[in-house]
Design a protein around this ligand. Structure first.
Ligand SMILES: NC(=O)c1ccc[n+]([C@@H]2O[C@H](COP(=O)([O-])OP(=O)(O)OC[C@H]3O[C@@H](n4cnc5c(N)ncnc54)[C@H](OP(=O)(O)O)[C@@H]3O)[C@@H](O)[C@H]2O)c1
Length: 335
């Protein structure tokens, strides 16, 4: 395939200092070359995730070795291929989990973290997939062993993570409760097949226990952390699994009665995607391609796009995310 020649330089949005959205500033840098095992992607769209916002504010340092520029997921076309990569050809349309640096015109990623764009999805839709699908799959389904017949509780049901979890639970026959902080968000949860709980009006533990004949939730995906810990334990069913993957409600749980863990044989766990090795991420990519890509290609799961912004307006994209009004994903479009 004849590809346009690579330019010498490109724009990458970087975090100039820890602070507000205006800390996101464009830099002109050399186009990177893919190392062995990597591909260079000509980025067409880049997903915005809460971890980017937390990192910009100085609350989520990138792990050692990661690109400190923001952007954890991209879609685009393969522009160059590193030594030893056989699974992609130049020009292939892909989406990928990146190790930072996604808010850019080009991005290098380990080839194992890239997947073909599911049939029929746009670059914008594809860029909205990797970070949340890798995270939800690894936590809810692999570590949390969610399966058909389970009852799930998803906190932040309209977040990028939450909408993905709802779609995957529907796909795999899991009855799902989800929390959100408003009626419009609750309506969106119901459209995704979930049973909505407006946490500003109702206590989620009471609702789940009442509607499940006191069984509770077999698996809980939690982005809140400390302030939800006791109520999550109260909501768990026997042999339930609590996956803590975010700390928007603080990292410290207070006054925990550990007896609930023993009495319920509860499993309390969690994980972070960024600190996983390239091999672990590649294994998750393979599992997604086998188990989830058909649902995306057949339109049973379609990423929900709240808004798009040009790359030059990355700061506005962060402002929108920080307003907390969004439902689904925010995506940057790249020329
Ligand atoms: N462990 C991992 O590997 C991993 C990977 C990706 C993301 N995450 C975590 O998952 C969480 C969700 O990420 P996302 O990109 O899906 O986020 P998002 O789309 O921005 O959604 C976050 C939602 O959380 C709710 N929320 C409640 N309290 C909040 C607070 N104090 N500040 C901000 N939001 C609050 C809001 O919904 P309501 O209006 O309904 O309250 C908000 O819409 C984040 O904590 C992120 O760090 C973890």
């Amino acid at each position: 395939m004849n590809l346009p020649p690579l330019p010498a330089t490109m724009t990458e949005v970087r975090i100039a200092h820890h602070g507000g959205p205006d800390a996101l500033q464009p830099h002109l840098i050399e186009v990177p070359s893919p190392a062995p095992g990597e591909i260079l992607i000509r980025v067409r769209a880049a997903g915005v995730n809460r971890p980017d916002v937390l990192q910009r504010a100085g609350n989520y340092p990138p792990p050692p070795g990661a690109n400190p520029a923001p952007g954890l997921e991209v879609s685009g076309t393969v522009a160059a291929i590193g030594a030893g990569v056989t699974r992609f050809a130049a020009g292939d349309a892909v989406c990928a989990l990146s190790n930072g640096g996604g808010y850019a015109q080009f991005c290098v990623v380990p080839a194992g973290q890239a997947l073909p764009i599911p049939q029929g999805l746009s670059f914008v839709q594809a860029a909205a997939i990797p970070e949340t699908f890798f995270t939800v799959w690894a936590n809810l389904f692999q570590i949390g062993r969610a399966h058909k017949g389970d009852i799930a509780l998803i906190h932040g049901g309209t977040s990028g993570i939450g909408t993905t979890a709802l779609m995957l639970c529907r796909e795999f026959g899991i009855r799902t409760f989800a929390t959100a902080g408003g009626e419009e968000k609750c309506a969106a949860i119901r459209e995704l097949g979930g049973e909505a709980i407006n946490y500003r009006r109702e206590a989620f533990a009471d609702v789940v226990l009442a509607r499940t004949d006191r069984h509770g939730a077999d698996v809980i995906l939690d982005i809140m952390g400390g302030n939800y810990f006791n109520d999550n334990l109260a909501t768990l069913a026997r042999d339930g699994r609590l996956l803590v993957i975010g700390f928007l409600g603080g990292p410290i749980a207070e006054r925990v009665d550990l007896r609930a863990i023993a009495q319920k044989r509860a499993v309390v766990t969690g994980s972070t995607m960024r600190t996983r090795t390239a091999q672990e991420k590649a294994a998750i990519a393979d599992a997604l391609q086998a188990h989830v890509w058909p649902a995306l290609s057949q339109r049973r799961c379609v990423p929900i796009i709240h808004a798009t912004y040009p790359l030059a307006r990355a700061a506005d994209a962060h402002r929108t995310m920080e307003s907390g009004q969004h439902i689904g994903k925010i995506v940057l479009e790249v020329d």
